[in-house]
Write a protein that binds this ligand. Structure first.
Ligand SMILES: Nc1ncnc2c1ncn2[C@@H]1O[C@H](COP(=O)(O)OP(=O)(O)O)[C@@H](O)[C@H]1O
Ligand SMILES: [Mg+2]
Length: 290
């Protein structure tokens, strides 16, 4: 089965990698592709500086679900708001729920509980698969750059231990089991073929394996420079392009020495952030599907 066909089988895909490597773009590209193949897809963005809507050319989400095309939806998430929603869900008396979420103790708890915010975000993704509003087959989570995917994915397991015996602990344990199920959840790593991003990718592969027993489903090497024709006369821009391309080649070779799983290449396209870039990358990714 091709890598993309495998991704389409899952319920949750977590896209992660170093900041600026194209995670949000790749989230949109995968969303477009899999929605195009008939899946109903929700893209969740955790970054408070919303950009997913610009990438797909829709209205900003501001926390709401926005339709971005046939079978494709986006939502921007704030951890605080998601946790409050969780409390409102559990505490049916509105006055009581408000009392709780407005209390200092509650805010201290949110800040202090290990892995609570990350668990709440993943829990939201899980709930959206079952809420039916809208009906969703697959959630793709554009994971925060700093939290670094692995920390986020490890959070429910940590919280399950810290809050063992309670309702919250049970919820976290369910979520940890869902994330550990390779038939339902997967991780996609985005990287540039440059020294630091490749280094971080290699470390992340090891960390995911060691801490969670997860092997990424796909690595996407994004923003690759084209090769420069031998016959092109030398000049500053030719030399620059040639050097970038050579760097890409040597970093890809270093990546492939340590990684023998599915790997896709995406070129750096001369296009601004937006739906045209997404459509073109989706077409290329579909063609390159390993
Ligand atoms: N393959 C590509 N070709 C051209 N521009 C790209 C490509 N991938 C990403 N970009 C641009 O690079 C910038 C960073 O991408 P983004 O997806 O926001 O990264 P991240 O979410 O990892 O911070 C954006 O302006 C985006 O349009
Ligand atoms: Mg981003």
């Amino acid at each position: 089965m091709s890598a993309l066909a495998r991704l389409a089988e899952w319920q949750l895909l977590v896209v992660t990698g170093k900041g600026g490597v194209g995670k949000t773009t790749l989230t949109a590209v995968l969303g477009r592709l899999l929605a195009g193949r008939g899946k109903r897809v929700l893209l969740l963005e955790v970054d408070p500086r919303e950009s997913l809507h610009q990438v797909l050319g829709t209205d900003p989400s501001g926390g709401e679900i926005v339709q971005a095309g046939p079978r494709l939806f986006i939502q921007n998430l704030q951890p605080g708001a998601v946790i409050e929603e969780m409390v409102r869900d559990k505490v049916s008396i509105a006055y009581l729920a408000r009392k709780i979420t407005e209390s200092t103790a509650f805010h201290q708890f949110i800040e202090g509980a290990p892995g609570l915010k990350e668990t709440a975000l993943l829990g939201h993704a899980y709930r959206m698969l079952h809420s039916g509003r809208p009906k969703v087959d697959l959630v793709i989570l554009d994971a925060p750059a700093t939290g670094h995917g692995a920390t986020m994915l490890a959070a429910p397991g940590l919280l399950a231990k810290a809050a063992e015996g309670g309702q919250l602990g049970a919820l976290a344990a369910d979520l940890a089991a869902f994330l550990a199920d390779p038939s339902r959840c997967g991780v996609v790593l985005a990287t540039l073929a440059e020294e630091m991003p490749v280094q971080e990718t290699l470390e992340l592969i090891d960390l995911l394996q060691a801490r969670l027993g997860i092997r990424p489903a796909l690595i996407v090497a994004n923003g690759l420079y084209p090769s420069v024709d031998e016959a092109t006369p030398p000049g500053r821009s030719t030399d620059f392009l040639r050097a970038r391309h050579q760097l890409n080649e040597s970093e890809l070779a270093r990546l492939m020495e340590a990684w023998d799983g599915p790997l896709c290449h995406l070129p750096l396209l001369p296009l601004e952030r937006g739906p045209t870039l997404v459509a073109e990358l989706a077409r290329l990714l579909s063609e390159a599907d390993p």
